[in-house]
Design a protein around this ligand. Structure first.
Ligand SMILES: [Zn+2]
Length: 343
């Protein structure tokens, strides 16, 4: 090994907290490691909360780690909500953690949405966390888009998460590219997320190269399309006789028929065709679809649509028997004409 490689290996060991290995290597590779440098590393370990690594390192390096220093760190860990590190340090120096401080810390953790740290604190106290603190924690978790922690907190409190918190959480999840928890949050709230939000979520996942989550979001957004899109319109040609015998249709529509040829003013003789629509088309694409279908499937280019019942449609089309014009007006008693006349 070249000296450069030895140095980089030593640095790697020191960065990872493996001080005794670093010291071993420095002896074999005949590389000098200063006490000052090692001391700095031990402090870094303690800052990181790596208590046992700091203690082991200090032993290997022959650097004294005074109890007062560890007690200072314990207080710091408790203030920061780093219960694991505090507990580890207290075990090493053999001084139990102050109960009051743990309670304060546990509560603070819950209020910050740090469920596990809060639970750990109460575990040390051998007490169950108060229900209201768990709920407060669950709320914060949901607000921050930590769905599973929020759910766990509510479960431990034996409460059902409120719908609005679930929705907030779901939205936060989608806005941060967390497809699965977002979908679960919405499912639990028994709501459907906005298509656009799922699309945005999918795009975030794609950017972060999380392809499974991206696909999941995009598939979910397409499904919403399918749910929202109404059933296709069914068209059925009927005779006048059939129209008159229809019970569901309003009386006024039964006289639905051609009024006058707009080209030759003929008002009596027409070749008529009638069609029932399972529902009236939406403006735009569906209207275009209906025009195309009437033309291609039935050879009808001009027609009028009457509405009856809950948005069902009756199509009338007529050709003037005298001049052959399709330009025929329609009349239908008092019925609201949906489309006056298709030109
Ligand atoms: Zn005519």
């Amino acid at each position: 090994m070249t000296e450069e490689k030895v140095l980089s290996y030593i640095k790697k060991c020191l960065d990872a907290g493996r001080m005794s290995e670093a010291i071993e290597t420095s002896k074999i590779g005949k590389v000098e490691l200063s006490k000052e440098e090692l001391k700095n590393y031990i402090h870094t370990y303690l800052e990181n909360g790596w208590v046992s690594r700091a203690v082991e390192g200090s032993k290997a390096a022959g650097i004294e780690l005074p109890n007062e220093m560890l007690i200072n760190y314990i207080n710091k860990y408790l203030d920061d909500g780093r219960i694991y590190s505090a507990n580890e340090a207290s075990r090493i120096i053999g001084i139990p953690l102050p109960r009051e401080k743990i309670i304060i810390m546990g509560r603070r953790c819950f209020l910050k949405g740090k469920l596990n740290a809060g639970l750990e604190a109460y575990k040390l106290l051998k007490e169950n966390p108060p229900v209201e603190e768990l709920i407060a924690c669950g709320s914060v978790c949901f607000k921050e888009g930590q769905f599973y922690s929020g759910l766990e907190a509510y479960k431990l409190a034996n409460k059902t998460p409120p719908e609005e918190e679930l929705i907030t959480c779901g939205n936060k999840c989608f806005n941060t590219g967390q497809t699965t928890p977002g979908l679960e949050a919405y499912k639990l709230a028994n709501k459907t997320p906005a298509k656009e939000m799922l699309r945005v979520c999918g795009e975030i996942c794609l950017l972060e190269k999380r392809h499974d989550e991206a696909r999941k979001a995009l598939v979910a957004s397409q499904k919403i399309d399918e749910i929202k899109e109404e059933k296709p319109i069914e068209i059925k040609e009927i005779s006048h006789k059939e129209l008159r015998s229809l019970k569901e249709i309003e009386e006024s529509l039964k006289s639905f028929g051609p009024g006058e040829c707009l080209d030759c003013e003929n008002g009596e003789e027409f070749k008529e065709r009638l069609f029932l629509l399972s529902r009236c088309p939406e403006a735009g694409k569906e209207e275009e679809w209906l025009d195309k279908t009437m033309k291609e499937k039935y050879g009808v280019e001009h027609y009028a649509v009457g509405i009856f019942r809950d948005n069902k449609g009756l199509i009338g089309s007529a050709v003037c028997a005298k001049c052959g014009s399709h330009n025929v007006s329609f009349e239908s008693g008092e019925t609201r004409a949906y489309i006056e006349l298709k030109k």
